[in-house]
Design a protein around this ligand. Structure first.
Ligand code: FES
Length: 274
């Protein structure tokens, strides 16, 4: 169980893995995530379910090596097993059946997080446009996979090495200023990016959903680690989310909480590499 059956290096430092986990694959829905522990004594990390094959019992995850746990995970190979692979967790993505046109905006590792949602909406005949962005060309991936399911795919890179130079929000602004409208906009990626998207879409009154990735420990609503302020309420992203109405998210509070353990995480990764 939890055996790695597929491993691919998508771009430098980013890996796709297929994990054999029939129970998770059977119940998974777009928008949900798993919490895994690579070893018995390791930390738990949440990862979005990028895709799943219920017939073969495989769940696909995509991760970037950013710390000790992801570094260890990247060294495992096909045939190795992961200690724990718990899921599917969180509320699935729910769309309004009246909505017909969608714009997905994904930055960095947000790209795999939109994949299963886009696939599902495409199978329902919805019109989908996508903006993906990254620091440079090597941070853009899944392009061909996404093109199959959308009518337009726009790409931006900060350094201009691929697509339009600049930010995903530059393209969003251009589209909206040119009169494009969507029933729903869905943004996932760095918190600052999602905040910037919402700042723009609010002015146009376009429904905007965001998928949050705060610090998580148990993933069951018990530890409070993932709490976020949504409107006037405190919600737990692991059980109430991870998808929320972007207009109601306290992004500043989220950024502050996400930085709490950054020094410890950096230290742990540094010691692991030594
Ligand atoms: Fe513990 Fe959400 S991860 S409450």
């Amino acid at each position: 169980m939890n055996e790695i059956v597929i491993k691919q290096n998508i771009v430098p430092n980013v890996w796709l893995m297929g994990i054999y986990s029939p129970q998770v694959a059977k119940k998974a829905k777009p928008g949900q995530f798993v919490i895994l522990r690579v070893t018995e004594t390791g930390e738990r990390i949440p990862l979005t379910i990028a895709d799943f094959d219920s017939d073969k019992g495989i769940v696909f995850i995509i991760f970037q090596v950013v710390g000790k746990t992801t570094s260890i995970l990247s060294t495992l190979n096909i045939g190795d097993s992961i200690a724990d692979f718990v899921g599917p967790l969180g509320m699935p993505y729910e769309q309004d059946s009246n909505d017909k046109s969608y714009l997905f905006i994904a930055g960095g590792l947000g790209i795999p997080a939109i994949y299963s949602k886009v696939k599902m909406l495409h199978s329902q005949g919805k019109d989908i446009e996508i903006i993906v962005g990254g620091r440079s060309k090597e941070n853009i991936f899944f392009e061909e996979e996404l093109r199959k399911y959308c009518s337009s795919l726009y790409i931006s890179t900060n350094d201009g090495s691929y697509g339009q130079k600049g930010l995903v929000t530059d393209i969003l602004t251009q589209l909206l200023e040119n009169g494009k409208r969507y029933d729903e906009i869905f943004a996932v990626g760095p918190v600052l990016m999602m905040k910037a998207v919402v700042d723009i879409t609010k002015k146009y009154g376009i429904k905007t959903l965001v998928s949050l990735n705060p610090i998580m420990v148990d993933g069951t609503g018990m530890c409070g680690g993932c709490r976020v302020k949504i409107g006037n309420e405190i919600k737990f992203a692991c059980v109430d989310g991870p998808i929320f109405n972007g207009f109601e998210v306290d992004f500043d509070g989220l950024m502050k909480r996400n930085s709490y353990y950054q020094d410890l995480e950096n230290l742990s990764y540094k010691e692991h590499k030594c």
